[in-house]
Design a protein around this ligand. Sequence first.
Ligand code: SF4
Length: 427
Amino acid sequence: MNRKVGFKTLGCRLNQFETDALASKFVGLGYDVVEGSQGTDVFIVNTCTVTNQSDQKSRYVVNNALNHGHSGMLIITGCMANHHKEKLEQRYPNAYVVGNEQKSAIPQLVEAHFNKEIVPSNQNSGGVFSYAPAAETFHTRSMIKIQDGCDNYCTFCIIPKVRGRAVSRPVNEILDNIRQVVGFGYKEVVITGVNISRYNHNGVSFSGLLKQIVDIDLDFRIRISSIEPDSFDEQFFELLKHPKITPHLHLCLQSGSESVLLKMRRMYTYKLYKRVVARLREMDPLFNVTTDIIVGFPEESETDFQQSLDAIKELQFGHVHTFKYSKREDTRAARMTNVVPGKEKTRRSELLRKEAFDAKLNYRQQFVGKQQQVLIDTIKENYSKGYGEYYIPVKVMQGLEKNHLYTVRINGIEIEGDEPCLIGELL
Ligand code: SF4
């Protein structure tokens, strides 16, 4: 009987890419791969540490597996493994704590473990780009890692400490990765990294890379994942008009206040951000701009907060991820003294979520009566669901095939929790 490997992934798309690549590698080595720890010989938790809540969630997943009797090999990897390595090793003495730099070599570590070879987890060869293209993954879209690390050092962010300095993957490796996954049957690729707009490999910029990706002579669509708004060039705006590139950007704003952006040491002003959104909406009035906003950053006044609320109204975001500011030791913001009390952060976060929901609903209502090309990723008993090119969930009340694109006419909206989902019918 095959050995079974379970995964639980927290955090960003980069972690998802890395989990998918590892899972695919394990399948190739003859293991069964599942989600979760139940009945597994190896449980791999790919953690996140971007906020205190991410740390808590990551620890919960590990404790939950142990409390439910997981007695096989336990591997804790990802950003929390870099950030709190010693603490984790003390707390979970039987676990392997594997940093991001060694993550790609986890399959070798597991094989060595079962062969009873002693391999200290920090002596794997690894490498941040040493992942083979994933044939079988947990996702319908294939993540493509183009870059890792960040040199920006925003004052609140721990990521440069746990993912290291910015490094870019060679162009040819990226193009080959895309050709292979499209060959495996993927219809959509998601361009992923920590700070992808700063991609630079031997003088090829992000736009230069994107141009080579759209020129691949195969049929697939391209989604650009989270991106910083500070370094768009003309070529990038031109490329966004290409039919292969989907009209959606997750453009991190973080605050609508110029003064808070300065204290965060973001590389743009709100004014510049607005100009970028205006260019996108000139190109396509429905262009989907989604974003992250932090509430309760140290010294954020009521006026600053109001400016974040105003930004949501003004820019009509398709979705806002709201984060309550979370103090990360070893960052500059951790030394700022005028902190916003917890209760006040909660109040601001609730107000912001409400504003964001109204904006999302308004934005999505514009799709009623229009068509979407929906990539189906979920099949339930009486409906199928997926995402259209604008990255909005669309439900069709009939059984369809997973990983197929369908043309759907949108007839209405159904609200599921805080998610207004488009409802449509096949054309
Ligand atoms: S751009 Fe800023 S927020 Fe984003 S990863 Fe880099 S340091 Fe962190």
